[in-house]
Design a protein around this ligand. Structure first.
Ligand code: MN
Length: 317
């Protein structure tokens, strides 16, 4: 009998990959009753995970108290928006002419390409609003592509110890038909109480685990709700453990490291201050972004440009 078997098992095995924990900051979105979101990307120590460049997590919010979501028509360029709800319903209208509803477990993927504008309003039927709002940066060769929109309701894929809904990319044998412009993964996972789930990963991807609720460990590291745990490329598997007595839920993001430097300002992604200045002036005076029809109100004016130069930044600060 080996003595090693009687020794206590260390919390993190030497072969466990290093997990970097990105904690959220609270950001008020404005408006009279101001919904607040928990933002983990961009983070001061890491700006992107794959092409994922913006991660907002919100709720569960009682909309009678927060006023829910009411975002007037506003523009985007150089990105895709990923809307994913756990609870509630959001009405979407855009300048492609799409009028759609975001519902729990259903992906709404909007590709801005060169320019789109849209409004997002939680519906009167919504009492609790709970979900994530994510952005994906488009690579330079595709950032001026045509505006586009896709909806996809992934079937739940059983895991040994939980369930997955793959809304972008491939995981656990399921592949989303929604188009991306760089290799990307996005999925909602639920883990049964005290379950450990090991998933096969693309070793070329870096990954992020955003905890919605539950007592979760990623590769031996404890994550709290709203934390985003980061794993560098390399491991061919990822191990998640729910140490609690109730279900845990998380969003798994991944992608190949995005090597281009980008400028993010307001709702725009470009490569230079000039790109941003042009996008702003096109929103204020031009017709680049088209029109949203059916929103009862005015569109959002752009904030003033910063007086300091916006500089392109890479994925790690
Ligand atoms: Mn938007």
């Amino acid at each position: 009998m080996s003595t090693a078997e009687t020794e206590p098992r260390p919390a993190a095995q030497p072969q466990d990959p290093q997990v970097e924990v990105l904690t959220a900051r609270d950001v008020p979105l404005g408006g009279p009753r101001a919904m607040t979101v928990r933002r983990t990307l961009p983070h001061r120590s890491r700006r992107m995970i794959g092409a994922w460049c913006f991660v907002d997590h919100y709720g569960p919010d009682d909309v009678a108290r927060t006023g829910g979501m009411d975002v007037a028509p506003h523009p985007h360029t150089g990105l895709q928006t990923v809307s994913w709800l756990f609870t509630g319903e959001i009405e979407h209208r855009d300048s492609l002419g799409v009028h759609a509803f975001v519902r729990p477990g259903e992906l709404n993927l909007m590709t801005s390409g060169h320019g789109i504008c849209h409004s997002e309003v939680s519906t009167p039927a919504t009492t609790v609003l709970h979900g994530v709002q994510l952005w994906v940066a488009l690579p330079d060769e595709h950032r001026h592509t045509a505006r586009d929109f896709h909806h996809h309701a992934p079937r739940p894929v059983p895991l040994d110890g939980g369930e997955a809904r793959v809304f972008l990319g491939t995981l656990a044998g399921d592949t989303s038909p929604a188009p991306t412009f760089t290799p990307l993964l996005g999925a909602e996972l639920t883990l049964h109480p005290h379950a450990t789930v090991t998933l096969a990963l693309d070793p070329a991807f870096e990954h992020g685990v955003l905890v919605d609720h539950g007592d979760l460990r990623l590769a031996g590291t404890a994550l709290h709700p709203a934390d985003l745990g980061y794993l560098a490329p390399g491991p061919g598997t990822l191990t998640l453990t729910n140490t609690g007595d109730t279900e845990a839920r998380l969003i798994l993001l991944g992608g190949t490291p995005f090597e281009e430097e980008i400028v993010m300002w307001w709702n725009f992604i470009g490569r230079s201050m000039d790109d941003i200045t042009r996008a702003r002036s096109d929103w204020m005076t031009g017709n680049r972004f088209g029109e949203v029809h059916g929103y009862p109100g005015d569109r959002l004016p752009a904030p003033e440009l910063p007086t300091t130069l916006l500089k392109p930044r890479g994925r790690v600060r």
